[in-house]
Ligand binder design. Structure first.
Ligand code: NAP
Length: 285
């Protein structure tokens, strides 16, 4: 058996076309502001792709860049100015921040209504309460992929490897909200394979090449590989290529989860604009 690939690239293009149509139908300008501190090359690539994708969807963008030694107060001042700016709908702080900054403090400074990454505690709390507002883009993209490929979640065993605030925890919450029985594994999990072998849906979000081997996967399972491990030989995920022979559906790396993440960021930016303007209109009436 060879797993059917989940084509995130094609799906993301379609989602992005839908967003462009929705932005055009919305009529008012929509604007995403990004903040990049320092000169991490990967972060520069990510921010560049986010601006390109925004423009292609008809979303305006503002690109704020600060030197690696900028004081945290400068970032907080910039966030405060963007929070107050009615022309800005979404604010994205590119991670990681330099070591002298406290990421939670910076992320908490973003107005939750403009928090298109969904990292603010208010948005994380709403997801926990099953009242999602703005949710993290990567797990949101995974949910769209699962739905697109008709993957049953109700009552199924879902195992998430990784418990970060960006991927693992929100992923687990989203699967739980869809009535999967969810297990979260992490670096202290004993006998990882014993958990993963039960999974009807297995999401790997660790960042360790070939962590998930064929013997760890239930035949026919849906395997979502979130990881991006950059090496001199190219980009790899957490899942060993041998798993293609065991799984039923599987995301490739590259071309799986990655493209969907940007698409969902654009969706969040439009959602933030729509919700904020509705709220302003309601409070003004
Ligand atoms: P992270 O913050 O480093 O979290 C990694 C998680 O993996 C942690 O919870 C860690 O456990 C767990 N872990 C580490 N070693 C393990 C092991 N041997 N067995 C089981 N669990 C283990 O990373 P992240 O930000 O969630 O990202 C995870 C991966 O996804 C990375 O490769 C990242 O590049 C990729 N990513 C991709 C996208 C995309 O768009 N495709 C977006 C975001 C992230 P502890 O909590 O115990 O330390």
């Amino acid at each position: 058996m060879t797993a059917v690939p989940i084509d995130g690239k094609t799906l993301a293009l379609r989602v992005r076309e839908e967003i462009s149509e929705d932005v055009a139908a919305y009529g008012d300008p929509v604007c995403l502001a990004t903040i990049l501190v320092g000169d991490d090359p990967a972060s520069h690539v990510y921010v560049g792709s986010k601006h390109k994708a925004s423009h292609e969807a008809g979303i305006d963008s503002r690109d704020h860049r600060l030197p690696a030694d900028a004081p945290q107060s400068e970032v907080l001042d910039l966030i405060a100015a963007l929070n107050a700016d009615d022309g800005v709908d979404g604010i994205l702080v590119q991670l990681p921040l330099p070591g002298h900054m406290d990421e939670p403090t910076v992320l908490r400074a973003v107005d939750p209504a403009k928090d298109v990454d969904g990292f603010h505690p208010l948005n994380a709390g709403l997801l926990y309460l099953d009242q999602p507002a703005l949710t993290p883009a990567t797990p949101s993209g995974v949910m769209v992929m699962l739905d697109e490929y008709g993957v049953e979640l109700h009552g199924k065993e879902a195992v998430v490897i990784g418990r970060s605030e960006i991927v693992g925890k929100p992923m687990a919450m989203m699967l739980l909200a869809r009535h999967a029985t969810v297990t979260i594994c992490h670096s202290r999990t004993q006998d990882l394979a014993q958990h993963t072998r039960r999974a009807d849906v297995l999401v790997a979000a660790v960042g360790r090449r070939a962590l998930v081997t064929p013997d760890m996967v239930k035949p026919g399972a849906t395997v979502i590989d979130v990881a991006m491990v950059r090496t001199d030989e190219g980009l790899f995920g957490d899942v060993d290529p041998g798993v293609w022979e065991v799984a039923g559906l599987m995301t490739p790396v590259p071309g799986g989860v990655g493209p969907m993440t940007i698409a969902m960021l654009l969706r969040n930016t439009l959602t933030a604009a729509q919700r904020r303007r509705t709220a302003v209109a309601t409070s003004g009436s």
